[in-house]
Each structure stands twice: as C-alpha cells, then as structure tokens.
Design a protein around this ligand. Structure first.
Ligand code: GUN
Length: 313
C-alpha cells in the first residue's frame, strides 16, 4: 500500500497488514540466502535455544524454526531442562560461539530464575547476537548513526519500524509515544524513533496521566503487556497505532465452554474508530518479529562470509 501522511479527519482505521509485509521480507531473505549458498557455498544457520516449558516460548521458537526452514536457513535446536545450571547453558553458548557453521544464536527469554539473563546474553558473541540484546549491540543502537549500521537491531522494534516506514510518509518531527520500557521493545523502539527524528516520549506503569500523554501522540507503540488496555480514549484522532502486545485471555465460546484467544495491548475495535492506521493482533507485529530475526541471521552470515550486508534496515 502507498505511503501516506498522517491525517486528522475521523474514519475507521486502515489495517496495517504485518502478515503480508513479513511474507515479503521472508521472500527477500530466501533470495539472499540462496545467493549466499550459490556464490559462497555458505548456508545461513540459526541456533535456537529453549530452556524450560514456558508454553508461549515453545510456540515462538517453533514458529522461528519453521519460518527459518521455509527461507532455507538451517537451524540447530536445543531444548534444555528448566533446572539446568547456568554454567551448562553458558558452556553451550560458548560452543555455539565457536561453531563456524552457526551465524546467529537465539536464547529464548525469559529464562528460569536461577539463570542470570544478562550474563547469558552478553556471553553470546556480538557478531552472532541476531536478537540485538547484547550490551554492545544495545550501545551501538543508542549511539546511532554509523554505529547503528554495525548493530543488530532487536527484531520486534525493527519490525515495528519497518511497518511504520512503509506506511507513514515522513516520520520527522512526529510525536511518538512508546508505552513500555522493556529492554526487548520499549527502550530500543524509542531509540529507533529518535534516530528517525521523531519526538519521543516513553511512558510506563508509573507514568502519571498516561492517557493524556498518549492523546498527544501521532504514533503510539503499545508494548506494555496488558491485554486491551489502550482504547479510543487514549488516542488522538488519526493516530497511527502499532500494537506489540501478545496476550492470551479467557473467553466464553458460543457453546458456553471456556476458551482463550490472543489479543494485543490495544482494544482493537475501540481504537479503530479513532486511529488512522492500526496493526491487528494476531497478524501485525508478530510475523514481523520473526521475519526480522531471519533477516538479521542472513545479514550475519553475509558478514561472516566477508560480504556487504544484503539490505539496509
Ligand atoms: N522473548 C520475547 N521476545 C523475544 C525475542 O525477540 N527474542 C528472544 N530471544 N526472546 C524473546
């Protein structure tokens, strides 16, 4: 769809189709992968490490491995017991760091309590940190400019930014409010938007008058992890809404039995009456996260092969 200026008049929001956009990125990733195989005989490979039985994490890593295979990216899957000792996990990361056939290492978060997440993340070689969570990659993003080009950018904020850049004509000077301050989404998202010359405010659970702050936003990034918290009352007319939330809620099915469904941090129906554009859940940011992970993995493989990055972010 064509880019457009953010506009002021009311109408039902256009849906930003993350599923379709992610499919386009995966097609590019597949192309780049095949080129690398043909020209350098190098097959991009992602190591996927899952610790424990977190049901959501199991689903996510399953999707990541499946989508990788569809793009001809190899995966090495490791499923570890939740009681694993930190030293054992660090040893595995070290082995993967030294395995020249592996170009990207993903340790699915959250990790069990006995493990220091930061220690594990910072043990991953910076050049294989396709999640972009290593302190050095986070620092490069924070510094921006030429440093950003060397960094791996965390996949959910990157996917969200690509959707915004595809649909919003000019991000410069726009008021962007990021709801949530996590290291995985809120903080890197705010830095990416600063790099795009947005005026960025980060709000969170302790922010006073959070609704009024959000009502000033041309762009809202909702990443607070609370089901359907943000409704039309939080929005300025014509705002662009990117919903990062993935929350499972209980519902009563038509036959009266208990069921569940996935919803975002945004009340989609309500917000659609005021937003100009909005991402759905599912089918918005979620598929973009995986597509960007695969893109980062192929970029890593190109760098290890001594080639320029196949695409700019
Ligand atoms: N947990 C939630 N999101 C992510 C992600 O993007 N990467 C990893 N490794 N863990 C996560």
């Amino acid at each position: 769809m064509a880019k457009r200026a953010i506009r002021g008049e009311a109408k039902m929001a256009d849906i930003i189709d993350g599923k379709a956009f992610a499919a386009k990125i995966r097609a590019e990733v597949k192309n780049d992968t095949e080129k690398l195989i043909n020209e350098k005989q190098v097959n991009p490979c992602l190591a996927v490490v899952l610790v424990g039985e977190n049901p959501a994490s199991k689903v996510y890593v399953g999707q990541k491995s499946k989508m990788a295979a569809e793009c001809n990216i190899k995966t090495k899957d490791f499923k570890l017991d939740s009681s694993i000792a930190q030293e054992t996990l660090l040893k595995l990361v070290d082995e993967l760091n030294n395995d020249s056939s592996v170009h990207g290492i993903l340790v699915q978060l959250p990790l069990p309590k006995q493990i220091d997440e930061r220690k594990v993340i910072d043990t991953i070689t910076v050049e294989k940190d396709v999640d972009g969570f290593h302190a050095i990659n986070a620092g490069r993003l924070s510094i921006g400019g030429a440093m950003l080009k060397k960094a791996f950018i965390p996949c959910t904020p990157l996917g969200s930014l690509l959707l915004l850049k595809d649909r919003v004509e000019d991000l410069r000077g726009k008021n962007a409010v990021v709801i949530g301050r996590s290291n995985i989404v809120g903080k890197p998202m705010s830095q990416l938007l600063i790099e795009e010359s947005c005026t960025v405010t980060v709000v969170h659970s302790k922010t006073k008058n959070i609704e009024q702050v959000c009502a000033q936003a041309d762009i809202i990034i909702a990443a607070i992890g609370r089901a359907e918290m943000i409704d039309a009352n939080w929005l300025k007319e014509g705002a662009v809404v990117i919903d990062v939330g993935i929350n499972r809620i209980s519902i009563k099915k038509e036959d009266g039995s208990e069921g569940s469904k996935i919803v975002g941090d945004v009340d989609f129906e309500s917000a659609s009456t005021k937003a100009s554009m909005i991402t759905p859940v599912p089918g918005g940011v979620g598929p973009m996260t995986i597509a960007c992970l695969l893109r980062n993995t192929v970029t890593s493989a190109y760098r290890f092969a001594g080639l320029d990055d196949p695409r700019e972010n």
